[in-house]
Write a protein that binds this ligand. Structure first.
Ligand SMILES: Cc1cc2nc3c(=O)[nH]c(=O)nc-3n(C[C@H](O)[C@H](O)[C@H](O)COP(=O)(O)OP(=O)(O)OC[C@H]3O[C@@H](n4cnc5c(N)ncnc54)[C@H](O)[C@@H]3O)c2cc1C
Length: 383
């Protein structure tokens, strides 16, 4: 696997152990079936209990039958799953960073006992409902509302682009109550709750991206996450999810480079392998240069996160860099394969399509640029 600066030597034994187990799982169980699912726009549901069996759900949770692990390990898992498919990685990330972590950080003891062990085994899938049709980059403007009525809350609103939405048993939904954003657990069977798969998507095809509608949805009072208080609770979950996207994009880059390099050595045009032409070599060098820079940044960010020293603008920088460069790498790789580059079986076109969504989700490239710009200058250019 491409590792031009021997980053491998910096990993601890436990990190290598996790990474290698997931790498084997991805190569043997995920890669062979993913192109078919991408083609049909379906999620390989059989992989969810396998992720649970491997102890990959609940990496940020101590106790409750979860295997707590470092951010670096979480990042390596995202990279390996992302090598295969961003939809698969997204399922894993949402469950870990955006459902189990907030439950652990903001939930009551009863909520943790009820949900976390089942989620760890992959028996219960969750989703994270923040974005709305009119509020994506600016979630603070959300229209979804909760009103206290006796011993329950009445929820009304719409959430859009929700990963795992239509396969989730429970949704963590962010809504305003008395003008403050709070998190609510909404069970899929709740009357008034409807999750619909968004169709005709050309990116994240394996991922069940959904529209969630809440119409006078009655939520028992014990389903409010008591520790959630305003947008800062939401943002604290997003840091880790953004790091996950950065690692996943690095995985996409690695696959695209490796497929292109193998192809360039074998494919003969004008009676010579195309790898022998300077223009093709230049593309391969540019790819490895950017992969290497991304590996160094990503590794260092993981270490900062493990020491609780990472600042959100640093996470923005790595997310922005890794996705932007992965898009360029995927395009170069697609070009090297010629016409074959558009076939799902060669993987590159899948990654290229998925990277389009990755540049938007967990904060668009522009939003991360504004976050870094504000950090550098002390001046907000958001409004
Ligand atoms: C496949 C997929 C999965 C997703 N999964 C989830 C999920 O599980 N849960 C969830 O809650 N959300 C999810 N999202 C939603 C995602 O977080 C939003 O799409 C994202 O935050 C951007 O919001 P938007 O699409 O409404 O774009 P908008 O906010 O409408 O932005 C449109 C354009 O305007 C630009 N823009 C916005 N503000 C500024 C500014 N101040 N200055 C300059 N440019 C600006 C943006 O960069 C962008 O280019 C998902 C999205 C996708 C595509």
């Amino acid at each position: 696997m491409v590792d031009y600066f021997q980053m491998e030597t910096l990993l601890k034994d436990e990190e290598r152990f996790f990474r290698d187990r997931v790498r084997k799982f991805v190569d043997e169980e995920c890669m062979p079936l993913i192109a078919t699912h991408f083609d049909s726009g379906t999620f390989p549901m059989e992989l969810i209990p396998r992720l649970g069996e491997m102890g990959l759900f609940g990496l940020h949770v101590g106790g409750y039958d979860c295997t707590q692990a470092s951010h670096t390990i979480y990042g390596l898992v995202c990279q390996e799953l992302g090598r295969c498919d961003s939809g698969l990685r997204a399922m894993f990330s949402i469950q870990n960073s955006l459902v189990m972590y907030p439950l652990y950080a903001f939930g009551s003891e009863e909520q943790k006992i009820r949900w976390l062990p089942k989620m760890a085994r992959g028996e219960v899938v969750g989703c994270f409902g923040l974005s709305e049709p009119d509020f994506g980059s600016n979630p603070s403007g959300m229209k979804t509302r909760a009103v206290k009525e006796g011993n329950h809350y009445l929820l009304n609103g719409t959430k859009m682009w929700i990963t795992n939405g239509s396969i989730a048993h429970v949704a963590l939904v962010w809504a305003k109550m008395d003008d403050e954003i709070r998190g609510f657990l909404v069970e899929a069977s709740t009357p008034g709750f409807q999750a619909t798969l968004i169709q005709r998507k050309f990116s994240y095809r394996t991922s069940p991206t959904s529209l969630l509608i809440f119409k006078d949805c009655s939520i028992p009072e014990e389903n409010l996450l008591p520790g959630t208080k305003g947008l800062k609770s939401v943002l604290s979950c997003l840091n880790d999810a953004r790091y996950g996207v950065a690692c996943s994009a690095l995985g996409s880059s690695i696959t695209c480079y490796e497929v292109a390099e193998r192809f360039a050595r074998k494919r003969e045009v004008f009676e010579k392998p195309i790898a022998s032409y300077q223009l093709v070599q230049e593309k391969l060098v540019r790819m490895v240069l950017e992969i290497t820079k991304a590996q160094v940044l990503t590794y260092h960010l993981g270490r900062l996160m493990d020491e609780d020293k990472a600042r959100p603008p640093q996470i923005s920088m790595v997310k922005l860099n890794n996705v932007r460069e992965a898009m360029k790498i995927a395009r170069m790789a697609r070009d090297i394969l010629g016409a074959q580059g558009i076939l799902a079986d060669h993987h590159i076109i899948r990654h290229l399509c998925d990277l389009e969504a990755m540049s938007t989700l967990e904060g668009t490239e522009s939003i991360h640029t504004l976050i870094i710009g504000q950090d550098l200058t002390g001046i907000s250019a958001f409004y």
